[in-house]
Design a protein around this ligand. Sequence first.
Ligand code: GLN
Length: 196
Amino acid sequence: MNIGVLALQGAVAEHIRSIELAGGKGVAVKRTEQLAEIDGLIIPGGESTTIGKLMRKYDFIEAIRGFAQAGKPVFGTCAGLIVLAKKLEGAEEPHLQLMDMTVARNAFGRQRESFETDLDVKGIETPLRAVFIRAPLIKEVGPEVDVLSTYKGEIVTARQGNLLASSYHPELTDDFRLHGYFLRMAEEAAMNSSAR
Ligand code: GLN
């Protein structure tokens, strides 16, 4: 499976490394034409306002919406989760508006700007190592969204069909199982589209 990592800003190389450890091929995506060559797309962490601006500038908003609507999987981590959300708390404009959830940015406050923890994630056998850096939280989800993990009662991993989102950075540890999970989503999507 060729898995693209949106390479406008943020933690791109780390995601490519995790995808390759999980058995896929990682590709840095800088132009919309490259979406035609990949089986899944990761939107990395970084700074969501900057990523959103660059996505508009390089025509990625409509292109990624089309990619997701064609059934191809998209995985947003941290800032990437913010970019996927239908609604953002506060006055801020949402970006792709693909995933039916309301997200609060920088939701852990100053005391806990960054930390690591082990999380129970539905679909992953033993706890996953997760790194939170100025992380967002999912405050509300629509009926089609499946909550895959919570941290202190707050939603930090969720899936809606072919869309996956994590508040934390799964690419900053050697635990690549969430990338493996995403790779399986891409394999299933590819099988379904060739069966059609
Ligand atoms: N705080 C960042 C934002 O709001 C996200 C941080 C991250 O991706 N690690 O965009």
